[in-house]
Ligand binder design. Structure first.
Ligand code: HEM
Length: 541
C-alpha cells in the first residue's frame, strides 16, 4: 500500500505536467500562435490579472504590436486584430461565449445581447431591428416629435440657464441622461420615458446615474441598484401597456406602426398629456411579436422579456451616447475654430436648431440633411474611433471543425475575440492613430451622401471599402455581422441631433476635465465620472 501511494502521486504529477505544460506549450494547435506573455500558454492568470487590474485592452493591444495580428492570451484564448479575423469570426457567425450572460436582467431574463443560441437570437433580432433601422427612424414622426421635446424643452433650457449664469455643466452626466431619455421616449413613448435632463430634475438624475454606475461597475450596493433600475423600467412598461390597451385601434404589427394618421386623429382635442404621448415603438413591437414568434403565452412573462430588452437598450444608450457625446465635446471644446466650422456647416444647411424654437420643425427631410453633413459625421466617427464606448474584446467561441485565421489553425472550443480598440489604433490604417483628427474622415466617403459610419442593415459595411487599409473597413465601434450593434443608427442620429442643437447655439470650453481618460471595462466610462464644460451663447446674425 505504502508503495502505491508515491506511484499514484507521481502519476498524477505526470498527468498534470502533461495536461498543463507539455500539451498546451507544444502539442496544442494553439502552441504555434505567438504568446502575449510566456505564461499565457500554460495558465490564464496573466490576462486574468490584467483584466482584474483594468488594463486588459491596452495589454492586448501591446501584445499585438509586439507579435502581429494574432496572439494567444491564455491556454484556450486567442485575440485577433485584422480584417481576416473580422471576416471569419464575426461575419462567420461564431457564437457569443457565456461571458455575455452577465448582461441578463430580471433574474436571468434574456435579451438580444445575451441570447447565445443562434435560432433564438435571429428570431428576436428580426423583432427588434425594424424599429431601429435607419429608414424607420428618419421617417418616424414619433421620433421627430420626441426629439423636439427632448432637445428644445428639456436639454437646451438647461444649457441656456448655465450660459446665462456663467456656470459649468457636467456634460457626462447630462449626456448619459440624454441617452437614457431618448431611448426610453422612443421605446416606451414620450409620456412614459425617463425624465432626467430638465430643470429641477437634478435629484432624479443623480439617483438614476448613481444606480447605473453601481450596476455597471459592480460597486458596493450593485445588486440593490440593479433591482431599483429594473423595477423603475418595469413600472414604465406597465404604464406603456395601459396606454396601449386604452388605444382600442392600436397598430397590430410592425408595418402598421407607420400608419400614424389614425393615431394622430385620436389624439386631437384631448387634454390628457399621456394621450399626446408618442407611440411606444419598441415596446409595442416586442409585445406584439414575442407571443407569436417566440411562443410565449403568459402576458406577464412577455412584459418581463420586453422589459429586459428595453433595459439593456436603455443602458446601452445611456453609456454609449453619454461617453461619445462627452469625448466629442471634450475634443471640440479645445478647438474653437472647429466649432465655428461645424456651426457654419449647420447654418449653411439651414437646419432649424436655433433655440428657442417656437414650432415643431423636425421633419424627415431635416433629419436626412443632418445625416448627410460631412463634418458632423466625421466628428462623431473620429470620436467613436479614438474613444469607443465598448473598446474591449468581443468574445466568441470557435465552432466545430475549428478555423484558420492569419494562417494559424484555431481548434473548436477556443475563445476568440477582436477588440475595437486594437482595430482603431492600427498605425498603417490611421496615421497618428492616438490623436483625434476628424479631418482624416473628410472626403473618404464614396459620395457626399454616404456616411462613413454607414453600415448596411446586415452589418455588411465592412466589405464595402476596397483597399486593405481603407479606414472605413477598420472602423469597428459597433462590431459587425449578425450580432453587430442593433442600435447603431439610433446612436448616430441622436448624437447628430445633440451636437447640432448644442453647437448651433453655444460655444463650449473646458472648465474641469480631470479624470477624462477612459476606464478599460466592457464600457469605457471616464475615470473621473465627469466633464465640466462652460457654455456661451453664440450671437445670432
Ligand atoms: C455609442 C454607442 C454604442 C456602442 C459603441 C455600441 C457598441 C456595441 C457593440 C460593439 C456591440 C457588439 C457586441 C458583440 O459583437 O458581441 C453591440 C451590440 C448591441 N448593442 Fe450596442 N452600442 C451602442 C449603443 C447601443 C444602443 C443605443 C442600443 C439600443 C438599441 C444598443 C443595443 C445593442 C444590442 C441589442 C446589441 C446586441 C445585438 C445582437 O446581439 O444582435 N447599443 N453594441
Amino acid at each position: 500500500m505504502a508503495f502505491y501511494f508515491p506511484l499514484a502521486v507521481a502519476l498524477v504529477l505526470i498527468y498534470l505536467i502533461f495536461y498543463y505544460v507539455v500539451y498546451p506549450a507544444t502539442i496544442s494547435p494553439l502552441s504555434k500562435i505567438p504568446s502575449g506573455h510566456p505564461i499565457a500558454s500554460f495558465l490564464p492568470i496573466w490576462i486574468w490579472w490584467k483584466r482584474r487590474k483594468g488594463y486588459e485592452t491596452r495589454t492586448i493591444f501591446a501584445a499585438h504590436q509586439r507579435h502581429g495580428p494574432i496572439v494567444r492570451l491564455a491556454p484556450n484564448e486567442v485575440s485577433v486584430a485584422s480584417l481576416d479575423g473580422l471576416r471569419k469570426i464575426y461575419m462567420g457567425g461564431f457564437e457569443r461565449t457565456e461571458w455575455f450572460l452577465q448582461f441578463r436582467n430580471y433574474d436571468g431574463t434574456p435579451n438580444l445581447l445575451t441570447m447565445l443560441n443562434a435560432k433564438d437570437h435571429a428570431t428576436r433580432r428580426r423583432i427588434v431591428s425594424h424599429g431601429y433601422s435607419k429608414s424607420y427612424l428618419l421617417g418616424s414622426s414619433d421620433f421627430q416629435q420626441l426629439s423636439h421635446i427632448l432637445l428644445f424643452e428639456r436639454l437646451l433650457p438647461v444649457l441656456d440657464d448655465a450660459a446665462r449664469a456663467g456656470k459649468g455643466i457636467d456634460m457626462y452626466s447630462l449626456g448619459c441622461a440624454a441617452g437614457a431619455e431618448f431611448m426610453t421616449a422612443y421605446g416606451l413613448g414620450s409620456a412614459f420615458g425617463l425624465d432626467l435632463m430638465r430643470r429641477s430634475r437634478e435629484d432624479e438624475r443623480r439617483i438614476y446615474l448613481e444606480n447605473s454606475k453601481k450596476k455597471v461597475l459592480y460597486l458596493k450596493g450593485c445588486e440593490r441598484a440593479a433591482k431599483a433600475l429594473e423595477e423603475q423600467l418595469l413600472q414604465k412598461c406597465r404604464e406603456a401597456e395601459r396606454y396601449l390597451n386604452s388605444k382600442s385601434s392600436a397598430p397590430q404589427d410592425g408595418k402598421s406602426l407607420e400608419d400614424e394618421k389614425d393615431r394622430k386623429a385620436r389624439q386631437i382635442g384631448s387634454e390628457d398629456p399621456e394621450s399626446t404621448s408618442t407611440y411606444p415603438i419598441v415596446y409595442a413591437q416586442l409585445m406584439n411579436s414575442i407571443p407569436k414568434k417566440e411562443h410565449v403565452t403568459n402576458p406577464q412573462e412577455t412584459i418581463r422579456l420586453a422589459a429586459s430588452e428595453l433595459l439593456d437598450n436603455t443602458e446601452a444608450a445611456r453609456v454609449g451616447i453619454g461617453i461619445t457625446l462627452t469625448y466629442a465635446m471634450h475634443e471640440l471644446s479645445q478647438r474653437r475654430a472647429l466649432q465655428s466650422t461645424l456651426r457654419k456647416e449647420l447654418t449653411t444647411a439651414e437646419l432649424p436648431f436655433t433655440y428657442p424654437l417656437q414650432h415643431q420643425s423636425l421633419s424627415t427631410s431635416v433629419l436626412r440633411k443632418l445625416d448627410g453633413l460631412p463634418l458632423l459625421d466625421a466628428v462623431i466617427t473620429e470620436t467613436l474611433r479614438l474613444h469607443p464606448a465598448a473598446p474591449g474584446p468581443l468574445r466568441r467561441l470557435v465552432p466545430k471543425g475549428g478555423t484558420i485565421i492569419e494562417g494559424y489553425f484555431v481548434p473548436a472550443g477556443a475563445t476568440i475575440s477582436t477588440a475595437p480598440y486594437c482595430m482603431h489604433r492600427s498605425k498603417d490604417v490611421y496615421p497618428e492613430a492616438e490623436f483625434w483628427k476628424p479631418e482624416r474622415w473628410i472626403g473618404t466617403a464614396d459620395s457626399p451622401n454616404k456616411q462613413l459610419t454607414t453600415v448596411d442593415e446586415a452589418g455588411g459595411g465592412l466589405e464595402n471599402g476596397k483597399a486593405e487599409h481603407d479606414p472605413r473597413r477598420w472602423f469597428w465601434a459597433f462590431g459587425s455581422g449578425g450580432r453587430m450593434c442593433v442600435g447603431n443608427h439610433f446612436v448616430l442620429v441622436v448624437l447628430k441631433l445633440l451636437l447640432a442643437s448644442i453647437y448651433m447655439n453655444y460655444t463650449t470650453t473646458v472648465i474641469d476635465d480631470e479624470g477624462i481618460e477612459q476606464m478599460e471595462d466592457f464600457v469605457a466610462v471616464p475615470v473621473g465620472d465627469k466633464l465640466i464644460l462652460g457654455f456661451s451663447r453664440v450671437a445670432m446674425g
